[in-house]
Design a protein around this ligand. Structure first.
Ligand code: SF4
Length: 264
């Protein structure tokens, strides 16, 4: 079968690319430590944990997922709206697309299991959480394809999403996995410019942080083009409570009501 070619391939590991049996909160089970980590039952333990917490996503014949994480759909939509040839690809198929891609973009809620509750569980039982294990296993599987594409075609690799900050604590892994840039923050306003520069082989920073003045306004947030996991929709960003310790409060509150009132 001839696969379509995408300049920008967006993906993540199975702990993110799943519909969790249609029960979103089962996804939290991926933050738990692996049931069994040694001995002959390790494979069985992994299989049971993965079957419960992160079943495979339905895909089309090209490996494009039927549903994908909402934030990734937003980035995909921003790139498509800008005329960039981009697509989200399921982790089981992404190695087929990397050789012809110019950019690979990764996203995650918890790349290395450093967020709560993953880190809480891990500290208590001393075992790696499933989400971190799944991401590590995924990256080790695609690393040869990434390195080959980097040396042959100059593939660029960007990591982002809510857990982008975690790469700053493990900078040696950026080199090991061929990561060029960490993109940290809401992406809709700045990501298109970053991607265009990288596609044109212009130099870009190793770390991009989206400051409060660069978050997208409600009119700059595109409508997703394809379904999100379990039919998620976004009705707002930010939080009106204003807890002093919370970084969410430094960004403006945006919601669908404000879009409507602006138009009226
Ligand atoms: S901690 Fe942050 S997100 Fe939670 S209620 Fe307070 S301001 Fe809102």
């Amino acid at each position: 079968m001839v696969l379509p070619k995408y300049d920008v391939v967006i993906t993540t590991d199975r702990s993110m690319m799943s519909n969790y049996h249609g029960k979103e909160f089962l996804g939290f089970v991926t933050t738990g430590p692996l049931f069994i980590t040694v001995g002959p039952f390790r494979k069985l333990g992994e299989w049971i944990h993965e079957y419960i917490a992160m079943p495979k996503m339905k895909v089309d014949k090209y490996g494009r997922p039927y549903q994908a994480p909402y934030g990734m759909r937003k980035i995909e939509a921003a790139l498509l709206d800008a005329g960039i040839n981009a697509a989200i690809i399921d982790p089981d198929y992404v190695h087929k697309y990397i050789p012809n891609a110019k950019m690979l973009m990764l996203s995650h809620h918890d790349y290395f299991g450093l967020n709560p509750p993953s880190s809480t569980w891990s500290a208590i039982v001393g075992k790696e959480p499933l989400n971190a294990y799944s991401f590590r296993r995924f990256m080790m599987r695609i690393r040869p394809y990434i390195m080959d594409a980097k040396s042959r075609n100059g593939l660029k690799v960007v990591v982002g999403g809510p857990a982008a900050w975690q790469w700053l604590y493990l900078p040696e892994l950026m080199d090991f996995f061929g990561v060029d840039t960490v993109f940290d923050g809401e992406g809709e306003r700045l990501v298109v410019d970053l991607v265009k520069r990288m596609l044109n082989n212009e130099s870009v920073p190793r770390y991009v942080y989206v400051g409060v003045n660069d978050v997208p306004s409600i009119d700059e947030i595109p409508t997703i083009k394809y379904p999100a996991v379990n039919g998620f929709i976004e009705i707002g960003r930010g939080c009106p409570r204003g807890c002093a310790f919370c970084p969410v409060t430094i960004r403006p509150l945006r919601c669908t009501r404000s879009r409507r009132s602006r138009r009226n």
